[in-house]
Every structure is written in C-alpha cells, then in structure tokens.
Design a protein around this ligand. Sequence first.
Ligand code: MIC
Ligand code: SF4
Length: 639
Amino acid sequence: MNKSLSYKILEKNLIKGIVEPGNEVEIKVNQTLTQDSTGTMVYLQLESMNVSKIKTDFSVAYIDHNILQTGFENADDHEFIKSICEKYKIIYSKPGNGICHQINLERFGIPGNVLIGSDSHTPTGGGLGMIAIGTGGLDVAVAMATGKYTMKVPKILNIKLNGKLNKGVSAKDVILYILKILSVKGGVGYIVEYSGEGLKSLSLTDRATITNMGAELGATTSIFPSDDITKEFLIKQNRENDFSYFKADEFAKYDKTIEIDLSELEPMVAMPHSPDNVEKIKNIEKLKVDQVAIGSCTNSSYSDLMKVAKILKGKRVNENVSLVISPGSSNIMKIISDNGALGILIQSGARILEAGCGPCIGMGQAPRNNAISLRTFNRNFQGRCGTKSASVYLVSPETAAISAINGYLTSPLEIEIDLDIKEPRKYEVHNNYFIYPKENNSKKVYMGPNIKPFPLKGKLEDNLSGIVLLKTGDNITTDDIMPSNAKILPYRSNIPKLSGYAFGTIINDFNKRAIKNNGGFVVGGSNYGQGSSREHAALVPLYLGVKAVIAKSFARIHKNNLINVGIIPLVFKNIDDYELINENDEIFIENISEVLNDDILLKINDKEIILKFEGSKRDAEVLKLGGYLNYSIKELKGD
Ligand code: MIC
Ligand code: SF4
C-alpha cells in the first residue's frame, strides 16, 4: 500500500467519487466550526435552507472575533448566534472562551475526522491529524444541513522534516522558512502533509502552529500524522477516548516532496506586508519596535505563553514598547493564572487582553502612526492591524518577548536561559464557557436591527456587459476587497452598510463607481483573493452588481465564494492578455451560460480576449442557478 495520510482520511469519509487528484468528491463532514464574524451569515443561510436539524456529528459556534462591544451590534450578533445554536443543537462557545482554532484543538478535534470551518485557519486542526478545511460560510451551512462537503481532490505536497530545532528556533520559524521557499501561492492546489524523523521533536501545538500558517501558503489544508505525541496531548485534555493512530503508508506516493533539516533553521521574520516576505533575523539591521503583540490562533498555546513568561521573568518591558498579550483560550488563561505565569507577565508591564483574536483582526490595539509592530500572528497585510501607516513584522513568541524587553528586534539566540517547557501531566480543564444543546430547546431566533438580509442572485443572464470598475495587481487579499477592523467588523451581518468600505485599502469610491455604472467587472492579477475566508469579499461585490472577476489566477476559498454567491471567476487563457484590459473599458461577453465550460470570448471595443472558467460541471450549474444557496435549496427539496 502506498497511500498518503490525507487520501486515507478522505477515503474513510468518502460518499461519492474517486479520491484522485483533480476529481470532484463528496465527503462526510464530522464536525463544523464557525466564528462570529463569518458565523452570522452562515446561520442566516442555514435558516433559509429550512432544515429541522443538523447532520454533522456535532457543530460548534465560537464567539472570538467581534468581542469588542463598542455598540449593540456585536452583542446582538452574539445573541442571534446563541439562539440559532439552541434551535439547531449546536454547541455555543461564549465570548471570553478563546479562539476557535485553539479551542478546537483542546476540546473537540479528533484525529481522522473531517472538519469544515468558516475561517481560513481551520487547518490548525491538521496538527491533530484531521483533514480540517477552511471554506466560505455557505459551504459550512450546507455541511451542517447535509453532513456533506463537495471538493476537488488536491494534490499532495510532502514536507519531510529531519533533524531537530536548535534552542531559540521554534515552529513559527519552520513555517516562516517554508513560506520563504514556497511563497503565498506555493500551496495552491495542494494538501501539505508532514512526515519524517523531525516530527518527534515537535509538540502538538508546534504542529498546529505549522498547519495554521499553511493557510498563508494557499494550501487546501496541512496535516501531521496522529502519533504518541497526539495521544499524550489528548490525555492531558482528558480526551484519551478521542485518540486513534493515523499515518501515511510507508511508501506513500506524493506529487511533490521537499526535505527540510530542522537543525539548519535559524530565527526568521516576515517583513511588511506579506507573510512570505521572510528573512533571517540576523540579516535585518537594528529595528526599533513600538508595539509587540503576542497571541492569535498561531501562537497562543500554553507552551508559547510559558516561554514568554520565562523570558520576561524578573525583567521589564522596554519603556518605548507596548506589549500586549492575548491568550488562546480561557483554559490556558486559567492555568497560567494558577501557576503564577500570568503574574510574571503583568509584573513585566504587559497588557493582558481577554482570550480571543483581538489585535490580529484589528479589534483594538491599533498601533500608532508609522509604528513598527512585532506580532506572533499569521498575517501582516497592510492596514490589517488598524493603522495603515504601520509596519507589521511576524515572529516567534521567543523573538517577540526578548524584543519587547530590548525595544528592538532581537534574535532569540541571544536568550541565555533554558526555554524548555514542562507541560503538566494533565490540564485542569473546565467547560464553563460552553452552552451545550438542550433536550427541550427553544426554536425562537433573536435578530437585532443590525442584521439585514443578504443579497441573493437570480438565474444567470445570457449576456454580460459593463465597465471594468477596478483593475488590481497580484496577491490582492480578501482584507483588501473587504477590509476588517474594529470600526467595520460590527457590520458583518449588514451587507448594505459594509458595501461602503469595499476595496477600501486600494480605492475609497468603489461603491460609488459600482452604483453609478450599474455594477460591472473587476480585473485582478494572480492569486486574487488570498487570505481570509470571509465570503463578505464576494457578497459585497455581488450586492454592488459585480458580474464577473477576471484574473490571472484565484486563491481557492475566494474562488469558491465567488461561485457560491453567483459571481463568475474567469481567468485569462493567455496570461499576457491581462495587459490588454484597462479600468473603464466597456466589456461584453455573449451567451455566457452556454460557453461556461468552453473558451469564453470577451470583447472590448475592437479587441477580443479568450477567457476560461476553471470550474467543474457542478460549479457551472451552481452559477447558472444564481449561486450555491439556490442550488442547495433545490437539492434539499429533491427537485
Ligand atoms: C482572518 O484571520 O482574516 C479571519 C478574520 O479570521 C478570517 C475570517 C473573517 O474574515 O471573518 C479568516 O481567516 O478566514
Ligand atoms: Fe482570529 Fe487572527 Fe486566527 Fe483569524 S488569524 S482566526 S483573526 S486569531
């Protein structure tokens, strides 16, 4: 036998199709997760499907992103999600409990399970040996309603890890190094599967740091085998019964293999404004820092925070630095509070936030103008921290802590103390922030005034015409298309309001251009729509009348989101034709639904350009029906 671990799990959950690269398959979904900033849409969509109960083994709704309650909007959204959870028997994780991905590892992740989540960092669960995929919200709503997920089988990229990390070098440096060699597009079309001797020296949460940032590679997901280290973690969490071994066959076949010697790696930093703009710290000239932020779903585990506490013990945060720490979960917060580490952090002068996403999504702690902010997070896109002129650098917790003391970016190789963390034999876990499904549940749904109906497209028109509203460069993120910060995030359930901020990092009048011209087209470069899974980056353009996005290539989740809402993602047959289209050009496509799976002729005045729709027959059907919700409602009715 020569099967990869990923294909074994997909085959175990297979409902329809053959697990071979490029094939479309339908798989059983064991678990789903949502968070609040994508969750309101998910549950509005679930409601409109008219199902009486969910069909996953279990589903969890987390409140972790929009927890800064500066007005009634976020609290109303929380209440809406809570009432939906009661109605559909979904587990509800209250605000303050922590970040969905960290809690999934601790309380719910099961090796060998398939998890679908409405957040791009869902692959964090791959650290536990799950196939954990981040998708748009509608895919999660359908997974809850049907227990199924349809996907194109990715190829497998094997990363073989040899050797052992040196002191001061950590899992974050491993994934930053991988981003340096592969780039933010390097994982597109792949599942990244880790193997090799080096695995033995990586803890469960080290592995989760690595699979988490597989999202930044553009990969469908990343996965580690479940082994004795996984078992030990689940025992500590009082979940031994959830454990089983899963690994690839000895002579597993992979589409591509890369070998990395862990002992050769050095501390790394991702420089502004992209997670793949990576350099060795030793090659960076002295960089004074203004803010240091420790936390996020990438680096907020128990051992991450304990390392930080060890480094800060008896020391003082530099007077020119604001150090802010957001623990990953309430359980971690409690343990570091019980064992005294929290006191050490406070004594050093750190600012402690409640467990949640916090500054990672610009929910507070926006740095000052032109600040240098060092963060243990996973994304450093321009403006995401809430301050457009700030420069965000991504580093490991060790680097962040020593730099907070010194006031400038410092290599953790300079740390003299021992950084080994002895984890407790068992964590004292509590579940008091969860509300579990009740027998006699209420079916009443609470909806605040900020929750507005979402736009829904009708059947696909025969001919598409309009102007090019915007032409962008390469690697445009969903943070560019639909920015997020403390001011805008409360409107995630109010698409009309949100539409005023579309493409806000690039231009400030996209909505006006779109309204004036009755919608139109967007032209993009390569890897268009990388980053977050937010389907708002598709729903808002739909609301503003965007009919198709024409790009050199698309990021996976955003492309699916466009199809799901009914906007056609088209690519240039000849990439150089990108140069032939300009903003304000009038363009015309005839008989679109007939030619979807063929060459598509685009006419601009006297020029003709050939485009392609790179989707399956099913994707074409979805587009013809005006989106995945219309398609799913039809399927659920059995029409
Ligand atoms: C992010 O890290 O960008 C987010 C916020 O978690 C998003 C989800 C969202 O936009 O709500 C993600 O990664 O999918
Ligand atoms: Fe939250 Fe940041 Fe993780 Fe997104 S990347 S889930 S905002 S902590």
